[in-house]
Design a protein around this ligand. Structure first.
Ligand code: ATP
Length: 319
């Protein structure tokens, strides 16, 4: 194998650039040529492909987003789209690929592997919703970004004795809300993976107000409902001086944390090692601080589970 390609696909996440850098630098270190593919599978099909050198990935490790851009390209789910992509791989002499993205992107990578082009997936998403990895690239940064906002909101909540409902990203997963909620001392954390009772949330608020704690932050995962809707439901049970804040895409941006950069670097380097061993159709993750490869097919048959013991922990600590 002489030439590999790299692409980022699906939602961007801080640390993707660090992963691209790691793949490129490790591959070049091993004597491979590396091609960057812009705009995910859309760019692959369009032939938006360029040769990288060690400088291409210089000064990128600290940047959020992905300098290879990302795109959604549903046409790649069809064989026709995949064959167009393969034509481009042939044209550029690319023999194998690293795909950084979520599970949708992994499906594309598996299809390429089935067509004879080994592809390895790296988990790049802030949502942490991929099975067989304790963390995804971007998750730690997103949690820290939310935490910084919660700390700020707490200042104003305390000054006006208000209750804030803070909605955070995460799609169908509550991981960002859970981690940021525990770290930020949230009064309650509302996530899709756990039942909730608005009246119980209201009762808890009332009790803590009676005990002298006159402000509160409730962290709400976007997968449950909109912050305004939750505030409206809560206001039916009393006047808690409610305000709602939706953090939105702020949570996706920013410089990756050290943890995300190190994770991305380890995953990127391992992906190249596996490609050199002739492996494809696997996704990498970190489990108990070890980089592990899992068959993509196996991964599609499993669900990610949020750490619900963090939910219970918060119930014990916040009242
Ligand atoms: P995120 O979790 O951030 O949304 P993702 O990788 O799951 O990331 P998707 O939009 O689901 O995001 O998928 C990204 C791209 O992967 C799609 O736009 C498409 O090009 C490709 N893709 C998705 N599903 C398939 C599939 N079944 N077969 C081939 N390619 C696919």
């Amino acid at each position: 194998m002489k030439r590999i390609g790299i692409l980022t696909s699906g939602g961007d996440a801080p640390g993707m650039n660090a992963a691209i850098r790691a793949v490129a630098r490790k591959a070049m270190h091993e004597g491979l040529e590396v091609y960057g593919i812009n705009y995910g599978y859309a760019g692959l099909v369009a032939g938006d492909i360029f040769k990288m050198d060690p400088i291409t990935v210089g000064d990128k490790i600290q940047r959020g987003g992905t300098f290879l851009y990302s795109a959604r390209y549903p046409e790649f789910a069809q064989v026709e789209g995949q064959l167009k992509g393969i034509e481009q791989l042939k044209k550029f002499g690319i023999e194998a690929l690293v795909v950084i993205g979520g599970d949708g992107s992994y499906h594309g990578a598996l299809r390429l592997t089935e067509h004879g082009y080994n592809a390895i997936g790296l988990p790049g998403t802030i949502d942490n919703d991929i099975p067989f990895t304790d963390q995804t690239i971007g998750f730690d940064t997103a949690v820290n970004t939310v935490l910084e906002s919660i700390d700020r909101i707490r200042d104003t909540a305390a000054s006006h004795e208000r209750t804030f409902v803070v909605e955070v990203m995460g799609r169908g997963a509550g991981d960002i809300a859970l981690w940021a909620g525990v770290a930020g001392g949230a009064q309650d954390i509302i996530i899709p993976e756990h039942d909730f009772d608005v009246k119980a949330v209201a009762d808890k608020l009332r009790t803590s107000r009676e005990h002298g704690q006159k402000h509160a932050v409730i962290v709400l995962a976007e997968g449950v409902m909109h912050a305004d809707e939750f505030s409206e439901k809560l206001s039916e049970y009393g006047d808690f001086h409610l305000r709602s804040t939706v953090l939105g895409h702020v949570v996706r941006g920013g410089a990756p944390t050290a943890s995300d950069r190190v994770l991305a670097s380890r995953l990127g380097s391992k992906a190249v090692e596996l490609l050199l061993e002739g492996k494809g159709g696997v996704a990498l993750g970190i489990e108990k601080n070890e980089i592990i490869a899992h068959d993509m097919l196996d991964l599609f048959n499993h669900k990610h589970h949020a750490m619900l013991d963090l939910y219970d922990l918060n119930e014990d600590l916040a009242y």
